[in-house]
Design a protein around this ligand. Sequence first.
Ligand code: ADP
Ligand code: MG
Ligand code: MG
Length: 978
Amino acid sequence: MGSIRIVAGGLSGPVPSGSFRAREYNREPNDTADLIAGYPSPRSSRNMTQTPTMPSERAHKAAKRYIYAWGGGHAEGSAQMRDLLGGKGAGLAEMTSAGLPVPPGFTITTEACNDYFAAGEKLPDGLWDDVLGAVAEVEKETGKGFGNADNPLLVSVRSGAKFSMPGMMDTVLNLGLNESTLNGLIKLTGNERFGWDAYRRFIQMFGRIVMDVDGQKFEHAIDAAKEARGAKQDTDLDADALRELVGTFLRVVRESTGREFPTDPLEQLDLAIKAVFASWFGKRAHDYREYNHIAHDLGTAVNVVTMVFGNMGDDSGTGVAFTRDPNTGEKVLFGEYLTNAQGEDVVAGIRTPQPISHMAQELPQAYAEFERIGQRLEKHYKDVQDLEFTIERGRLYMLQTRSAKRTAVAAVQIAADLVAEGIITEREALTRIEPAHVDQLLRDQFDPSAKTSAKKITAGLNASPGAAVGKAVFDADRAAEMAGKGEKVILVRIETSPDDFHGMAAAQGVLTARGGATSHAAVVARQIGKPCVAGCAALIIDYATKSARVDGLGFSEGEWISLDGTTGEVFVGALPTTAARFEDQAELQQVLKWADKVRRLQVWTNADKPEEAAQARSYGAQGIGLCRTEHMFREGERLDIVRDAILVAFQATRAKEKTAAGGSLSPEDADAVTKFDETMGKLEKLQEGDFYGIFEAMDGLPVVIRLIDPPLHEFLPNYAEVLVEVTRMEAQGVAATDPKLVSARETLRAVEALREQNPMLGLRGIRLGLMIPDLIKMQTRAILNAAIRRVKAGGHPHAEIMIPLVGHVNELAETRKILDAEAKAVQEAAGQTVDFMFGTMIEVPRGALTADAIAEHAEFFSFGTNDLTQMTFGYSRDDAEGGFLLSYVERGILPANPFQTLDRVGVGQLVRTAVEKGRAARPGIKIGICGEHGGDPASIAFFDEVGLDYVSCSPFRVPVARLAAAQAAIAGAAERDK
Ligand code: ADP
Ligand code: MG
Ligand code: MG
């Protein structure tokens, strides 16, 4: 078998054998301190940043090289090899190369996992031999023997995918124990209690994780043992008690599985490796990947790591810590640890862990070293690290490092600080913040005044910030089910496990009774951006009755509760929330200014009212990409005016045509014209006022105003309701002359006349203005008169008049004729000219395909990607989203909801074509997008790629889009550099 070869500096050759304990574990403290301080010494002279990416050769029996080992200060892998080694394996290798204290071990690659499944869940030929070879190297390195009764080597078997994933197999510790190695362990350590504790943990973990025994059965056995002995905590159980417990555990395994617990360490290892592989396709892991859009074919690596023991007494311990506070971003070590404990004890909430700061007193030397290592790793990875460590009899070992998950607040704070500290550049900082983080920072908070009068029932740990309001649900399946029906829920659990992930994802927030800041609930909630209050110890949760109580107060399933993840408070009832204040977030504004320097795409906003426009402008909007005039029609008394106009619109239009052709009008026709002109006049005044306000709010910036778009029936009462009303009156024998019935019948006739089979494909958009030209004329007058008034008031309005739904160039040419004539008249009447642009939306596939012809008549394009998506797919959005679309996405028929993230392949192709044709016909034509995709980061990346000038999104998405546009520019530059 081959031994570990030295990677660095191209050296190769066997590492001198020797006792791992002597060389690694008992390194002189100064030696380590030097390494951490980065002083030149034989080992640390290798700069972390120059870790070689080319691994050394390794002999292998399998067709491929599946194994990368580390130990003795050398590693075959590196941080660059996350694809192959997974995040954990790459981190262990990198830390080892850096001279940090890591127990030796090896990684079996993700490729092995994929090949295992490809071969029908069979280890690739030769892999087992290679594993045995790697085990032998670790034996040599540590001076211990796997299965050796005198000096046993124990290992942990740990899963580790490229992206850290809850839902993967839990770690099995102390593997290699059986009756005889246990005796060796006890003899070596002289600590009988420790030995039996390690053994019972091993049986418990291996039994539950690898052999699928219900974990509750072990827990019950522990509880029974504690009760029998009057022990409060697990640590109160003595060696005898633990020995007895081992007997019970072995019986539990036998009874649950019908087989004996495997005693051969190699068999244990084989089973554990396969269990890790199998967990890749476990339901929990699968769900997690679905939610996070992680590919299913990445596979997981397996890490086999020499055990170090945090449960050897009070000078031993284990912990988890972040190099900065992941909630606030504050630059302090943040974490928890437990003395005399093993790994998962900290996160499992079995005993309450101590804050890491206590360690400075309890284990000062290890603490100081840990602090230095943390800082060094942070500098090396140029990011905040999430570290796992164990202290064995005063000696520190690093077991994991990875970039820390963080809250939105922390993400922004950390990015800003790392730039200030000179660790990363502004550009790098922009890639450290997720657009979702920005979104979260602008999300609601609880109204502080409402909180003071609210019914607070308890408080826990502020595990993930934000305000969450929802109905209490005590089960993840139920939470997902209710959320699926559009209900807001809060998942309430004693503690969460990876099995609860789908419920957490569906919930507004998560509340747990147990667990600390590093518990599953806390970590996952932060990651998916859900508020979480964890460890509400006073809360008594009863799954059977689906209720929770604190003293007299409480709530049951379906009752509203409110969580403040920022403070840890829990309230009954639904508390009102207030909007987060962008003005107060200096770091966020700083980061977005960096984004502005980097991005090419402009960010505009969709705003229909002056207040919205002002809001968006304060968020950094550079224009209005869509002002929907009809939204102004729906407010208050306006709707009545609009209805009155619509009811006579067609009659009046025909009458006007008659007059124009020299005909004379009937009294009814003349009446209709009068009524129509009168109501349109009122509307014009109202609209002019609206536009004036918007031009004022956006002074100096472009404002795209879209002429009326929706089918007119949308402004009229619902057909079925009017029909029911008329029918009811008729059935009640109301006289035909009763003014109420007369008016109801009139409305019914009008509504009937406007009814369409497929309104979305009917009389709407540009077609409306061609059928009722007064709509174009009135809106043109309102827009231009408002602009003229602004100019006269010293303002700088930039109106861009936009026509929706063009499918044929002739539609646009005809519309423009009407519009231009009216514009000319308005300016002449006012004795004042104003600049305005005339453009169109591209949202009908035919419009996109003939964009060159259309560009002859349009000075700008704006993609209406909502309609374009509907018409390209042939879906009506309402019917699709209410019906089959989500099922399509779940079943993988569609990769994503195309109304959320632009379908690049289909719809995107039309966008690309239209851009190319439009620019060919009219070089420099201004092109933007105003569909909902304008606020979606993935879609923004596409719009950057196809070279649009701007994206326009809702005001609250403007900051998100600024960041996303910068990230798109950075990614685009990286792509071109390749
Ligand atoms: P996770 O992916 O859930 O973080 P890990 O593989 O990191 O799982 O293991 C969880 C914990 O188990 C670690 O934080 C550490 O405390 C403990 N652990 C893992 N391997 C070892 C080891 N070789 N020696 C001691 N403790 C270990
Ligand atoms: Mg870990
Ligand atoms: Mg549209």
